[in-house]
Design a protein around this ligand. Structure first.
Ligand SMILES: Cc1cc2nc3c(=O)[nH]c(=O)nc-3n(C[C@H](O)[C@H](O)[C@H](O)COP(=O)(O)OP(=O)(O)OC[C@H]3O[C@@H](n4cnc5c(N)ncnc54)[C@H](O)[C@@H]3O)c2cc1C
Length: 261
């Protein structure tokens, strides 16, 4: 048994293919178009927005005589008017590690605009249970001790069953290991530490950030999305420009100026 704390790894993000974007801009008649976007995600967002109205420069669409110049102003307007689908184009890829199955169950309720890869406890045998203590338990020595004892006991049970079925023996076929591992997880605690890969577009991240850092949300998911918020606000400042952050119960609470864009 080991004590853990939830971790957030940013492992990927959408990038612009410059040759392709240049070729498109040439095609649409705006080869000189450029932007002061601070990230590829924001450049992409602006490009797809301008594509809708052919507003890369005045006159390209006869109906457009003035255009917003800066990326900040452009993206802020998309969000203000609720042109939310444009911010779906760019995606961010995260790995959330040392998170519980409590967390992953809650996360998986967000279905729209996400991709999920969850560590398989059919395949991955539980040999060392990771425990994170919610504050209400951590602050109570007696309760903490109960959590520790139960986790240690449940870990021993996993090891005992693995031994009973001789899973580490030379002759144990993989399909049998999988069968037994899958059965054994049924008596593991849902608070055990596991890993989930989560990719989402910015429209989704804005929504989940708001919902899951709200004071009503569970502590662990607030903790994880607090870290997500820190990353995305720093990395994509214009897409999250309307967000404000307030610390409530020691955790950041992210609120957008425009909800559910
Ligand atoms: C504090 C808190 C407590 C919760 N408690 C519970 C609980 O006790 N039990 C429980 O089951 N769940 C609970 N949930 C989960 C909650 O009901 C949602 O399922 C979850 O937050 C996912 O959000 P979402 O519905 O916005 O879905 P997302 O997948 O994030 O979707 C984004 C948006 O797309 C639209 N959308 C998505 N799917 C559909 C659809 N099928 N039809 C129409 N529009 C759609 C909606 O506008 C939705 O808000 C809780 C959530 C929170 C934040």
């Amino acid at each position: 048994m080991r004590r853990v704390s939830p971790k957030v790894f940013l492992v990927g993000e959408t990038r612009v293919v410059e040759e392709g974007m240049d070729a498109y801009l040439q095609h649409v008649g705006a080869p000189e178009w450029d932007t002061d976007a601070p990230s590829d995600a924001e450049k992409m967002t602006e490009m797809f927005g301008r594509l809708c109205y052919r507003s890369f420069k005045p006159g390209l669409n006869a109906n457009v005589t003035r255009i917003r110049e800066s990326n900040k102003e452009y993206v802020a307007n998309l969000i203000k008017v609720g042109h939310g689908s444009v911010i779906e184009h760019a995606v961010v890829n995260f790995v959330f590690a040392e998170v519980s199955r409590v967390f992953t169950h809650e996360l998986a309720r967000h279905r729209v605009g996400v991709a999920i890869s969850q560590e398989s406890l059919r395949y991955v045998r539980l040999t060392d249970l990771g425990l994170w203590l919610p504050t209400v338990i951590a602050q109570n020595p007696e309760a903490s001790e109960i959590f520790r004892e139960i986790f240690e006991y449940l870990e021993k049970v996993q090891l005992k069953l693995a031994e009973m079925f001789n899973l580490d023996g030379d002759k144990a076929p993989f399909h049998f290991k999988k069968l037994v591992t899958s059965a054994m997880r049924r008596i593991a605690p849902i608070g055990l530490a596991t890993t989930i890969g989560w990719s989402a577009n910015h429209r989704t991240i804005r929504h989940v950030l708001e919902q899951r850092t709200a004071p009503e949300a569970e502590e662990e998911i607030r903790l994880v999305f607090g870290k997500v918020g820190e990353i995305v606000l720093a990395r994509y400042p214009n897409i999250y420009n309307d967000f404000t952050v307030e610390v409530i119960d020691g955790l950041p609470c992210y609120k957008p100026g425009r909800s559910k864009v």
